[in-house]
Design a protein around this ligand. Structure first.
Ligand code: GDP
Ligand code: GDP
Length: 455
């Protein structure tokens, strides 16, 4: 099961440049920066590799969608999240401004914690700004402060150097985690917390009384039929109690948060349960969240909840829903679907068995001889149709493939080695995937196929 990477959390007041820095370090434009204070960002998670080390970066500012006006509450929430989730805290300030009392207080509090803290002095776009940095920043007791500019990137290399230098001092994560990590994700109100309750209420489910030392305190560890599970908390479940109090105008923020927090859970899970409502049509949110599971190559189970609300069900009703689902999300044809009622606890225990099954498929290794046979068979099938050639303008080029190998599990990852990767028709790896699935199923798991040039 996937080893957890150390987590670095970026915190700081609104508008100090957290998401600009996040984008710079992750080299993505996934987070949306905006000169408007408090602009919501929905994606706030990235894996970073620097100096031979890997870590996960989170922009806790991306979590501040609810009380953006309430500065203190917002920053408190960030710090709480950071302290809970992170191994290192990168507290960011705007170096073009003078230090504000709140920052001072927070930094003092942070350095008292056992976790390493780096003060990132942002917006130092050139030497002139560097000279003008408020000397008060240095008297705060943080051992490490790095001036940088998220905007033009200067100093961000130094910042990364400091981060990876301090990371080994961070609390080591357990090397082998023997539990199957699950995430329940989905839009608000689909029944995630009801499902969580009914799973934990199952007769044979035993929730661990002793909190695990290295896991997030909100995650839930339990045992079912001699197998250990860890349910990764998502804000969507934990904050659920507040849902009723939120005003309608905040719904879009909540929806965004559903995607953001799902991403955290998805990244850390072995198997993801995407919860849908049987009586509702699929929404863009559902598609987005399922795409996150696919992009991150996690195991996926489609949980169609509230099945009790569908009247006069027959075998046809299932098939119609499955057909509707596949028409809308054709790229998820491999994900198993289960129809449940969290409320009536119908088939709830089966989803744990399904998760185990998916995990076995994710970890499946296909022997090389069988891959050789499969490749030969697919090439054989492919030839009559395309005459083993493809057309580039006038020229016809032979399709030559040296070998098909499996290079990893969880997710099953393969590579096709060919002297001329450019000549590989797009349809060919898809055909390989189709035959791999026909023979080995790979239930609920994405398959990756790389094309590599032979040496
Ligand atoms: P967040 O609220 O902390 O996530 O802040 P943002 O990343 O959205 O940035 C807030 C504003 O500061 C935006 O207008 C950015 O363009 C600007 N900004 C961010 N980093 C820098 C920087 O290094 N230099 C300058 N001059 N402006 C920056
Ligand atoms: P969450 O926001 O995804 O955590 O959703 P909740 O678990 O809070 O459920 C939202 C609403 O749907 C609540 O009123 C639940 O009682 C209801 N609900 C959840 N599961 C079911 C179900 O299987 N059947 C029916 N009829 N209602 C359900």
């Amino acid at each position: 099961m996937k080893k957890k990477l150390p987590i670095v959390a970026i915190c700081g007041r609104t508008n100090v440049g957290k998401s600009t820095l996040f984008n710079r370090l992750s080299e993505t434009k996934k987070a949306i920066t905006s000169p408007m204070p408090g602009t919501t960002r929905d994606l706030n998670y990235a894996e970073i590799a620097w100096g031979g080390k890997n870590f996960d970066l989170i922009d806790t500012g991306g979590l501040d969608v609810f009380d953006v006006k309430d500065l203190e509450k917002n920053i408190k929430l960030q710090i709480e999240t950071a302290l809970k989730k992170a191994d290192l805290i990168l507290f960011t300030i705007d170096g073009q401004e003078n230090l504000v009392p709140q920052d001072k207080q927070i930094i003092r509090e942070l350095v008292r914690q056992k976790k390493p803290v780096i003060i990132g002095i942002n917006k130092i776009d050139n030497q002139q700004y560097r000279k003008k940095i408020d000397p008060a920043f240095e008297r705060l007791g943080a051992k490490y402060s790095v001036p940088f500019s998220g905007h033009n990137g200067s100093g961000t290399g130094d910042l990364l150097d400091e981060i990876v230098k301090l990371l080994p001092q961070a609390k080591p994560r357990e090397e082998t985690e023997e539990y199957l990590k699950l995430a329940i994700v989905g839009r608000p109100n689909v029944g995630k917390s009801s499902l969580l309750n009914s799973i934990l209420g199952e007769e044979k489910v035993v929730v661990s009384e002793i909190p695990h030392t290295t896991r997030d305190i909100n995650d839930i560890e339990f045992t079912y039929k001699d197998k250990d599970y860890l349910l990764i908390d998502t804000a969507g479940i934990r904050k659920k109690a507040k849902v009723g109090k939120w005003k309608d105008k905040r719904v879009s923020a909540i929806e965004k948060e559903a995607v953001g927090s799902s991403l955290y859970a998805i990244k850390n899970a072995d198997v993801v349960f995407l919860v849908l409502e049987a009586q509702k049509r699929l929404s863009d949110q559902d598609k987005k969240i399922s795409q996150l599971a696919v992009d991150n190559s996690r195991g996926l189970v489609i949980v169609v909840n509230k099945w009790d609300l569908i009247e006069d069900k027959t075998e046809k009703t299932y098939n119609e829903y499955i057909k509707y689902f596949h028409q809308n999300l054709p790229w998820l044809a491999w994900a198993p679907m289960i129809f449940i009622s969290a409320l009536e606890r119908q088939r709830v225990h089966e989803i744990l068995e399904l998760a185990q099954e998916v995990y076995e498929h994710q970890s499946k290794e296909v022997p090389q001889e069988e891959l050789d046979q499969l490749l030969a068979m697919v090439i054989g099938k492919y030839r009559p149709k395309q005459k083993q050639t493809i057309t580039f303008g006038q020229k016809k080029k032979r399709l030559m493939i040296d070998t098909l190998e499996q290079i990893d599990v969880n997710p099953p990852t393969f590579r096709l080695i060919t002297p001329k990767p450019k000549n590989m028709p797009k349809a060919f790896p898809r055909l390989i995937e189709k035959h791999l699935r026909e023979k080995y199923d790979f239930l609920g798991t994405a398959i990756k196929i790389f094309i590599e040039e032979s040496e």
